[in-house]
Design a protein around this ligand. Sequence first.
Ligand code: NAD
Length: 419
Amino acid sequence: MPHSYDEFNPLEAAEARFDLAAAALNLNEGMRKVLRSPAREVIIHIPVELDNGRLEVFTGYRVQHSIARGPAKGGIRYAPDVTLDEVRALASWMTWKCAVVKIPFGGGKGGVICDPSIMSDRELERLTRRYTAELIDIIGPESDVPAPDLGTSQQTMAWIMDTYSMHKRHTVTAVVTGKPVDLGGSQGRTEATGRGCLIVTLQALKKFGIEPKQARVVVQGFGNVGGQAARLMSQAGLKVVTLIEWDGAVHNPAGLDIDALGAHRKATGSIVNFEGGENVDKDEALYLECDVLVPAAKENVIHSANAHKIRAKIICEGANGPTTALADPTLKAKGIFVIPDILANAGGVTVSYFEWVQDRQGYFWSEELVNTRLEEIMTASFRDVVNYAEKHDVDNRTAAYMLALDRVAFTIKQRGLYA
Ligand code: NAD
């Protein structure tokens, strides 16, 4: 890695993993260049009239990293610190994630530099509609299918779907995923990422011969991914002994009652002082001895300065990029079984794929069918990655990247270059 390497820069992290896998695959330099370069990057300046009558201009991005295996797929992020580099990194992550679970999508990501926490719904709606109108020629069910990400929601997707449909003069539900169920969203989408974490965690426990009922789990983040993962793991009989949030952590060696903890947070605004557990130090809680650690809050939580303190047997990466590239060798040396983000949290994009399929069919599946098909895909993908890692004597993350790069490179070679 270069001397100026920034451990916490998402683009550098993505490139570090890419380089490692490309070298292990012996990919030639030309193909590396193709796979590294985003297919298309769009920068737009979005004028919006604020509620107080003032005109503001926001900057937005959409990056289509790859459309080799299908339409670009990936969320749109609204945050004050969005950068083009970050969007590029996240778009490439989506390409590899979709390839790991073998769904027919490429990778994309979007972002707008804004602070949704200080904007009204009307302002956010105007921003979203104008952003969508500016992207009208590049998004679409066949070309680029956005979804929610940080700072955006089902409502944002409904506005995008409506704006796109108004331009096309007919309703096009398949232009986005993560929509409300009444507007063509899928059953099971809210739980999908957490459910995917549960499915791969059960596979890993089986591999280690650990009975789910004996498994002690520490979850960081009680949001969409961590909250659902904790709830579903607890329902499946695992003991979720610790939950960590930004303002504190709670612990109960017999297992936390996740529904009661959810109700406590709803009532008090925090997970701390929960009567079904004791407060523990949130920083130290990450280093508790446990069978499974699920970092499901944010990126760069496990890094070169703290990786040696982790005492989990298995890490299931619910968040995107919770482990830095410099922490990987330490986890490997400690023999920790890492289920990498591009596999562990791929349940979300897999059910997004199901949503897109259902919208295009105009025929909607039961939650049971969604969950069964999700389980099939996550289980097969887990097996693919772990078998590949064992066969090539690499860690699971490198195996996942190698599989993904190889699949995308193979598609590009088969299609040939249009010139
Ligand atoms: P979310 O906003 O619903 O939840 C995040 C939770 O983490 C919040 O409860 C927040 O308070 C907590 N948190 C923030 N900082 C923390 C800290 N320092 N320590 C402990 N807790 C902290 O977000 P989410 O949708 O659950 O996404 C979480 C991660 O999973 C992100 O990295 C996201 O990119 C990734 N992810 C999400 C999905 C999805 O379907 N939602 C899919 C794939 C990956």
